[in-house]
Design a protein around this ligand. Structure first.
Ligand code: ADP
Ligand code: ASP
Ligand code: MG
Length: 441
């Protein structure tokens, strides 16, 4: 049994859906198909959450959603039935927008419309391609906590539900990104979370292969949108791929590989437009393990620097600092320390629906025991590879290349799989191009 996930662009138009459906049809082992919302729809739904949106803009967004889906529905054989279902969903969406309480729970129910709409249509496209797949509501299987916007899955509860509701004899189509908490409220796993959902379904149903079908032919040496010469990688280790996704490689949601590792699931990333290309296999041991395999870029980083003489020969300062951040659920990515100061990076982007905000309250709490400085508009560049902590010369070459750029913070040595540093937003792309040319070609 294979779990196959298709992203937004792989189901964004009728043609894309046809490509994806023919991939599913080709192999009867592709028993559980997980798809995202049609490309652009989740962004549209996020725009609709703005309480200050005027009615003209709101209608324009709703029309965009309507046209995108009707454009696909109109090319299906059974368009009348599909259009009826879609119109019901659209009016439910309108009703939802009328509700007064726009809290995080309300937002997750709003975002879920994208996946609920796309899956209804894709079930029909699959049927027209000879695949009889049952539409499954992911919320009946994928159990999470109530951390709306960025919910944490409960894999044990999910396994129990999967055992109850998924039979290996049938084929299913379900939604990525969405789940439900113990009270039955809709939750989401954070933007780009369909990859993560698919991996959780793979773990919960004990399958051996997870396929991530996307708009590029696998994992590349860097984002091909930044470097045209980026090369597809045929094999990459779980450790490298995990770091690549955490450090901004959007091709996989950062949490995707955790369930795959736990469940001993093999992962393949490939293009739904060109399924004949080999794509990338994510493995425990790769045939070759180069020092620099890939480069990633993560934007919207915030650097928080705190200074205090209290740090000098004192214990407990770091614990105090991190406990304030932990109390406010702020997760820290990189840390460097000196005798009297600590610099931390915070990711303010990858959970668009649940941004980390350094509020005045938090800053004031920190100011009670140290000086605080906040720098925004930074990007994090990471070199991903192997044995980087034990290879001499990398930093020398790297910093030689970047002599004309102001580097704000460097982390080297904490992991064998990466070296990373912060640069000014706006220079990130150019720096990635420079490093790619030098280290990858
Ligand atoms: P999907 O909708 O299929 O989930 P995404 O847009 O989320 O697709 O992810 C695919 C995109 O990830 C690619 O189009 C590419 O621009 C971007 N990307 C960033 N880094 C990488 C990388 N190292 N390899 C491949 N793609 C990457
Ligand atoms: N549709 C969701 C998003 O755009 C989930 C995903 O595409 O993976 O974030
Ligand atoms: Mg994605």
């Amino acid at each position: 049994m294979i779990v196959s996930k298709f992203g937004g662009t792989s189901v964004g138009t009728f043609e894309a859906m046809q490509h994806s459906a023919s991939i599913v049809a080709e192999n009867p082992d592709r028993k559980l198909v997980v798809i995202s919302a049609t490309a652009g729809t989740t962004n549209d739904l996020v725009s609709l959450e703005n309480p200050n949106l005027d009615s003209t803009s709101r209608e324009a967004i709703l029309l965009e959603i309507e046209n995108r889906h009707l454009g696909i529905i109109n090319q299906c054989e059974d368009k009348q039935e599909l259009e009826k279902t879609f119109r019901v969903q659209l009016s439910q969406l309108r009703n939802h927008l009328e509700l007064p309480d726009r809290d995080k729970k309300w937002k997750d129910t709003l975002y879920a419309f994208g996946e609920l709409m796309s899956t209804k249509i894709f079930t029909e496209v699959l049927r027209e391609n000879g695949v009889d797949a049952e539409w499954l509501d992911a919320r009946t299987i994928l159990r999470t906590d109530s951390g709306f916007g960025n919910a944490i899955p409960d894999i044990n509860a999910t396994k129990v539900q999967a055992k109850k509701l998924i039979s290996t004899k049938k084929r299913y189509l379900t939604q990525g990104f969405i789940g439900s908490d113990e009270f039955g409220s809709t939750t989401t796993l954070g933007r780009g979370g369909s990859d993560y959902s698919a991996a959780l379904f793979a773990e919960a149903t004990n399958v051996s292969i997870l396929e991530i079908w996307t708009d590029v032919a696998g994992v590349y040496s860097t984002d091909p949108r930044i470097v045209l010469e980026a090369k597809p990688i045929s094999e990459i280790t779980f450790d490298e791929a995990a770091e690549l996704s955490v450090f901004g490689g959007k091709v996989l949601h950062p949490a995707t590989l955790k369930p795959a590792i736990r469940g001993k699931v093999k992962v393949r990333v490939a293009s739904s437009k060109k399924p004949e290309l080999p794509g990338t296999l994510i493995v425990h041991q790769a045939k070759d393990e180069p020092i620099v395999r890939a480069i990633s870029l993560r934007k919207d980083q915030t650097l928080l620097t705190v200074r205090s003489l209290e740090m000098l020969h004192q214990h407990g300062f770091l614990a105090k600092l991190f406990s304030v951040l932990a109390d406010h659920k702020i997760s820290v990515d990189l840390v460097t320390t000196s005798e009297v100061s600590v610099s931390l990076t915070l990711d303010t982007a990858h959970k668009a629906s649940n941004k980390v905000e350094l509020t005045d309250d938090i800053l004031n709490e920190l100011r009670e025991f140290c000086e605080v400085e906040v720098e925004k508009d930074l990007s994090l560049v990471a070199l991903i590879g192997n044995k980087m902590d034990a290879t001499s010369g990398i930093s020398g070459t790297l910093f030689g290349l970047l002599e004309n750029h102001n580097i704000r913070l460097v982390c080297h040595g904490a992991s064998p799989n990466n070296v990373c540093f912060l640069v000014k937003e706006g220079t990130g792309e150019e720096i990635v191009q420079l490093i790619h040319k030098k280290f990858i070609g």
